[in-house]
Design a protein around this ligand. Sequence first.
Ligand code: PRP
Length: 212
Amino acid sequence: MRSMVNIALPKGRLGEKTYAMLKNAGFECPSIEETNRKLVFENPEKGVRYFWVKPSDVAIYVERGSADIGIVGKDILLEYKPDVYELLDMGMGKCKMAVAAPKGYKDIPGSTIRVATKFPTIASKHYSSKGKDIDIIKLNGSIEIAPLLGLSDVIVDIVETGSTLKANNLEVIEDIVPISARMIANKAAYKFKNQEINAIRNGLEIERGEIQ
Ligand code: PRP
């Protein structure tokens, strides 16, 4: 008997786009389109069970095996390094991780830079590769406000359109890494549900070609 694949979708636009791709690939689940507060939907005929979870939690569900596969930003994979397989670059949710600072900012050589970020691991790795000392200030959102209030010198954050930086008189001073959404799989599930997971992966790869 074919086993059900448990799929963690990130709540929001990225998850909705992903579901649309899965539907087109033949893994539809009509109940998911009904508007209600339910978070789990399944279509046993197609062998899929979907969950809506917070985008930053997708990798936790997949790593621990509550979900077999999921869709997550590369930023989360780089920051938390979950022990999962990365199976496909979805070619969407494209943005970059960058260092930004107030316009006209100049780094004083030898000084410790105060860096506000939601991504302390990525920021530390970036600066240690340059041999620079930094003081990390971990925040949970609205990072752009930190240099404006004198809490930090620079920020390490996601830049998509650049409009948040612009609106706050900040500019990118260094690109760190390009980011996009990835399909990930639980390692044990990938072994035991290999055929089912690969069928979904290959369906997404074909749909990705359609949207690019
Ligand atoms: C993200 C990111 C930037 C913004 C970048 O924040 O942290 O603030 O989007 O997008 P832009 O370049 O298109 O302006 P998010 O909306 O996730 O909210 P947050 O401030 O709570 O992190």
